[in-house]
Ligand binder design. Structure first.
Ligand code: S3P
Length: 170
């Protein structure tokens, strides 16, 4: 994607609905969707928990940056990111160069309800995942805040409503 392209990058914590909204948005406006988790999973040929377990978190983070660099020279579209993409300032710069950054957010308890239904998040494979979840959220909120052009609350809104709000921004 070239600077100034009208790409939309979705950022936000685990459980904010980035993947579902990205799919709905792509379906509605016909833009291609680039889901970084999905693409990294394909590149490694194994699941994200397995990437973390076998290669470590830093290999996953490197793959995120490498992938964003390849998207940077491509076409406009919807970039769906993993919750930790904002951990590297370089990634935020790359996303910025592609277009607008939309932050999906929700109340902590609602996020936890959504995320705890699935046990696949490698960062939550700890003795007390609820505490870790709260720590990660607290650490990352300022990073989402400073990266985002727009913030959309998904606590009570449906995927369709959130998508409507993003379309209104375009
Ligand atoms: C991560 C979130 C995951 C995935 C990986 C790391 C994170 O994506 O990228 O497990 O650091 O928050 P989702 O935000 O889609 O769960």
């Amino acid at each position: 994607m070239n600077p100034g392209d009208n790409a939309i990058a979705l950022i936000g914590f685990m459980g904010t609905g980035k993947s579902a909204v990205g799919r709905e948005l792509s379906r509605r406006i016909g833009w291609p969707r680039y889901d970084t988790d999905e693409m990294i999973r394909k590149r490694f040929g194994i699941s994200i928990p397995d990437i973390f377990a076998r290669h470590g978190e830093s290999a996953f983070r490197d793959a995120e940056t490498t992938l964003l660099k390849t998207l940077h020279g491509g076409i406009a579209g919807i970039v769906v990111t993993g919750g930790g993409i904002i951990l590297r300032a370089e990634n935020v710069q790359l996303l910025r160069g592609m277009g607008r950054i939309v932050w999906l957010d929700a109340d902590e308890e609602v996020l936890w309800q959504r995320v705890s239904k699935h046990s696949t998040r490698p960062l939550l494979q700890t003795p007390d995942p609820r505490v870790r979840f709260a720590e990660l959220l607290r650490e990352r909120l300022p990073l989402y805040q400073s990266a985002a052009d727009h913030r959309i609350n998904t606590t009570t809104n449906s995927i369709v409503q959130v998508t409507d709000e993003i379309i209104a921004l375009i």
